[in-house]
Design a protein around this ligand. Structure first.
Ligand SMILES: [Cu+2]
Length: 224
């Protein structure tokens, strides 16, 4: 079975057209299940993790959150992936300088947010992980959130260093590549994670019918 490193290498090898409205290739299924143990352990070595011991149950081996990396949100606050446990989440990887595709991904997520059952909506979190460590500062994330009118009670925008971004992308099955102009070509993928951070559903491509995603979210929240 492949290692996380190999997935990262595979992700690197894929060249898409920068931010053109094409759909991503099928995300590697294997990437969903394998959060490499050492990566999770390394994550635990970071200094600021004392609060994460609050998690009283063992984390699923298939949880994306097992990476345990520490991200910074649009307010400059540090957030460990393990902190995202406990809520059904809709996540995507974007960069805020993207001229076309990433705003469309964000709009598709807002569409999901607006169409979801009212009783479900407040039990779902929306997370945008930046793939652009250089330009996506907390301030840049904050202005993107404002520009895109993202409700701060439901939306989280997170940034990290290159290696942590690459590791998360490999686990989510997001492929991306930096272009010479500093922009990125990348998969178009919206992923639904259950409360444990396990990948439950993927919506690929722009402007897709969100019906399946909405049904998944309603069922996950109802099962809580
Ligand atoms: Cu983009």
């Amino acid at each position: 079975m492949n290692t996380l490193g190999q997935f990262a290498a595979a992700a690197l090898a894929v060249v898409c057209v920068a931010c053109s409205p094409r759909t991503s290739e099928t995300a590697p299924k294997e990437a969903t299940a394998h959060v490499h143990q050492t990566a999770a352990q390394e994550g635990q070595d970071h200094a600021c993790c004392s609060t994460h011991e609050a998690a009283d149950t063992a984390m699923s081996e298939a949880s994306v959150y097992q990476l345990g990396t520490i991200w910074t949100d649009m307010n400059g606050k540090n957030i460990n992936l393990t902190d995202l446990r406990g809520k059904v989440r809709v996540v995507a990887m974007i960069f805020t300088n993207c001229a076309y595709v990433c705003p469309r991904i964000t709009t598709d997520m807002r569409d999901i947010e607006s169409k979801i059952d009212v009783s479900t909506r407040n039990n779902v979190g929306f997370v945008l992980f930046s793939i652009d460590p250089e330009r996506d500062t907390p301030q840049a994330l904050a202005s993107y959130a404002k520009k895109m009118e993202l409700d701060p009670s439901r939306w989280l925008l997170l940034r990290n260093d290159e290696s942590s971004v690459r590791e998360l992308a490999a686990v989510l099955g997001v492929k991306y590549k930096k272009e010479t102009n500093g922009d990125y070509s990348h998969s178009i993928l919206i992923t639904v994670l259950n409360r444990e951070g396990e990948i439950v559903h993927r919506q690929e491509g722009l402007g897709q019918d969100p019906g399946q995603t909405l049904a998944t979210l309603n069922a996950l929240v109802a099962a809580q």
